[in-house]
Design a protein around this ligand. Structure first.
Ligand code: HEC
Length: 197
């Protein structure tokens, strides 16, 4: 009997604890809540309705557009450490430079997609700054790819990373007791927002 109720108590606690450790989304007044997710697409959208309308939520834009483009770009720029020591990751042929160029171009427009009404989290806050940063990094990446300039692809790749890092640190809600820290105070100050308590 006793053992059963102990078991139940620990089960209840185990279920409740992770929930307690989380900051419920929307509880931090300085971070605007996510816009309502776009409805799931069930069929083709009549073309007349499509222009300017948000069709996928931010998560899907990340998963299917931003992240694959970033991975394709980063796989062909920067430096990698392996058994052979440190060496540059650089495109060796036109086919790979084209992938670098294509992925940078995808990033340019992805920055635009993130600024659209219905996706932009706070149009007057740092969100737009990070989205524009992504577009600018993509433009720098396109220029670098067209010139087949390895150093410049590295710079553009770092700039892309900075945009991801900045925006995620600011807008992805983490548990209050997370060991991950992020310097968002400066961004909040830049945006004229009072830092959260
Ligand atoms: C302007 C803001 C912004 C920028 C810039 C940005 N992200 Fe995101 N990203 C988000 C937000 C917000 C989420 C959380 C979306 C959600 O869970 O609803 C997210 C989530 C993700 C996810 C998780 C998707 C999933 O399946 O849960 C990945 C992967 C990701 N981003 C990759 C990237 C990469 C790579 C870059 C840079 C090249 C980047 N993001 C730039 C805002 C941004």
């Amino acid at each position: 009997m006793r053992r059963t109720s102990l078991l139940i108590t620990s089960l209840v606690l185990a279920c409740a604890l992770p929930a307690l450790a989380q900051t419920p989304p929307g509880s931090d007044p300085a971070i605007p809540p996510a816009p309502k997710p776009a409805p799931t697409m069930v069929g083709p959208i009549p073309p007349i309705l499509a222009p300017g309308r948000v069709l996928l939520g931010t998560k899907d834009v990340m998963r299917h557009i931003v992240n694959p483009a970033a991975e394709a770009f980063w796989a062909r720029s920067g430096e990698v450490d392996d058994e052979g020591g440190a060496h540059d990751r650089v495109s060796k042929d036109d086919e790979n430079w084209k992938i670098t160029l294509d992925s940078a171009a995808q990033m340019v427009e992805a920055g635009n997609l993130l600024q659209m009404e219905g996706r932009a989290r706070d149009p007057n806050g740092p969100w737009m700054k990070y989205a524009i940063q992504l577009t600018n990094a993509g433009l720098a990446g396109m220029t670098a790819a067209q010139a087949k300039n390895h150093d410049k692809t590295n710079d553009a790749g770092s700039a892309m990373y900075d945009a991801c890092y900045g925006c995620h640190g600011r807008y992805i809600v983490r548990p209050k007791d997370s060991l991950y820290t992020h310097d968002i105070d400066k961004d909040l100050k830049d945006a004229g927002v009072k830092p959260p308590k």
